[in-house]
Write a protein that binds this ligand. Sequence first.
Ligand code: ZN
Length: 244
Amino acid sequence: MPEGDALHRAARRLQPLVGERVEVETPNPRAQVGRIAERLDGRRLLSVEAVGKNLLLTFEGGTVLRSHLRMNGRWSVVPRGATRRGRPWLVLRGSRLEAVQWNGPVLELHTRAIRRLGPDILTEDPDLDRMVSKLRAGEQGRALGDALLDQRLVAGIGNKWRSEALWAVELSPWRPLGETSDAQLRAVLGAAAGQMRGSLEGRRHTNRVYRRVGRPCPRCGERIVSRGQGDANRIAYWCPGCQR
Ligand SMILES: [Zn+2]
């Protein structure tokens, strides 16, 4: 599943198209329902930014295209007119390059910027205070691991990084928010931000708990366990020995 860091890489690859008038096509019939091509073709692309797990492309006239990659979507940037096989969802063609969105998923046009997402974990200087107050504003009986995946509270953290960040600061995904101090919230958010920023910059990360069920914890030797968590039943991974 593409997480925030993958989206930031895609946003970087698309930057050369910013400022250009783009030709827009939606070759996949399933992508044609929103008449995106008709509405965007020939407009100037003003910006491409990753916000949480969304890519927001702003066009002149104030139209924003939101792309969410779900499980299998991806963006590629290739020379204009490069041969390809298959039908991508979206092609944005500039003078030299074209951006191609495959296995699309969510493509939506908005007339105003989308701001229901929480503060982005991957900005240069993540706003940890605002994230903490968002986490505090909701139901405090909610499990910490579940809340970290709520994109309205903090945008960009996916299953892998919430598991790895919680391990790094020795907190259980099952700990209720109400029993977690502000300092502990800041610590886990800071750990996620640091790990994800590292991944974005190409640093290698060795998983400690994520997808390591039954293996010994690298810190205390207890066996890693997993269980579905939250309404979406996303699998939480943790060490019952040292994560409290
Ligand atoms: Zn442990």
